[in-house]
Design a protein around this ligand. Sequence first.
Ligand SMILES: *[C@@H]1O[C@H](CO)[C@@H](O)[C@H](O)[C@H]1NC(C)=O
Ligand SMILES: *[C@@H]1O[C@H](CO)[C@@H](O)[C@H](O)[C@H]1NC(C)=O
Ligand SMILES: *[C@@H]1O[C@H](CO)[C@@H](O)[C@H](O)[C@H]1NC(C)=O
Length: 351
Amino acid sequence: MSRLTGFCRPFFLPGILLSIFLGINSAHGSRPSTEIREQPSVKNSSNKVMWNAVPVPEQAPCNRSGMADLPGVRLWYSDTGGDGPTVVLSHAHSGSADFWGYQQPVLTKAGYRVITYSRRGHGKSERGNETDFGFADVDLHNLVVTFLGVDKFHLVGVAAGGGIAIDYALSHPERLISLTIASSLIDVIDPEYVKLLSNLHRKDLTRNIPNFYIELSASYRAGNPSERRRGLSWRKLVMSGDVQNLGKISQRHTNKIIWKAVDSIKVPTLLMTGDADSYVPPSLLRLQASHMKHAEVLIISEAGHAPNWEQPEAFNSAVLKFFQKQDGTTGGQSTTSPANKNIVTLSAFAD
Ligand SMILES: *[C@@H]1O[C@H](CO)[C@@H](O)[C@H](O)[C@H]1NC(C)=O
Ligand SMILES: *[C@@H]1O[C@H](CO)[C@@H](O)[C@H](O)[C@H]1NC(C)=O
Ligand SMILES: *[C@@H]1O[C@H](CO)[C@@H](O)[C@H](O)[C@H]1NC(C)=O
């Protein structure tokens, strides 16, 4: 790929995880052998693995990456470039651009131009003005449309990244080929919904529970011994977003996100959650789906609040199938008939 002029920043995980699961020393060399013997731990009585921990693949090379000088802030981004349709990935609050380790190479290989970035205060991105964090959808627009010169794109948001994607769809529907929202509360502020959420997430009960325990499915935790160890994989990668330990930033929305606004979104939409998501259980997803009647709706089995990380194969194949349906159309209008009534559960473990 000689046309590529730069590379994404080195991704530290693949060597480590591969060494865990293949029992070999990683290219990084000299890890003590006690660290590389752990195997996926959920096996049945005939010794078959019941939870398939998937190593993070090597990241695709980037055409451009680094700090983007945007109005009011410098944000870290990566862009694989090329002529394919563009996909922009909007990470969860527990995360940064690295949140997409399982998606970036797969979508690139499928022919897409893939853009990841870290919001203010996440990953390597700067925090900007400490008294005015600005609007996340404005930063997104400044980066993707103004700085990188993208005209139209598929927008994918997980969790908090999904709320930003909804806000962006309200601000700039003309820019979106499609909208994918996964495991997101979507930040609707109608009082009934807010009340429902406060029943669901009682801060007094969850305050002292580690985030990875709340956010990852129990199947994932059981099958990933490395999550228990100091520093590796999901916790390190996703929680390390806040490198300076100054606290992650929650930015404001441009639009007043009420059901009436959500009802008005016409961009082709894929709406997903994990069936073990303690923030967005399937019941909540069905409520959201009733306000996005044109959306395709999918529940990924044995995934929690980060289905892209916990069930990457199911997530990637759903997203690619959905994108491919939209590509070749000009976007802006839904091309799918209401599929809402047939909410599909996608199981990674179906025979
Ligand atoms: C263990 O799992 C494998 C793969 O799913 C299955 O073929 C096999 O029948 C299982 N063994 C038992 C004893 O259930
Ligand atoms: C890579 O980025 C440069 C701008 O830095 C751009 O001119 C060029 O077209 C891009 N190449 C590809 C393959 O996207
Ligand atoms: C930061 O934001 C505040 C509030 O909007 C504003 O008064 C101030 O001038 C800003 N500071 C800088 C350095 O832009």
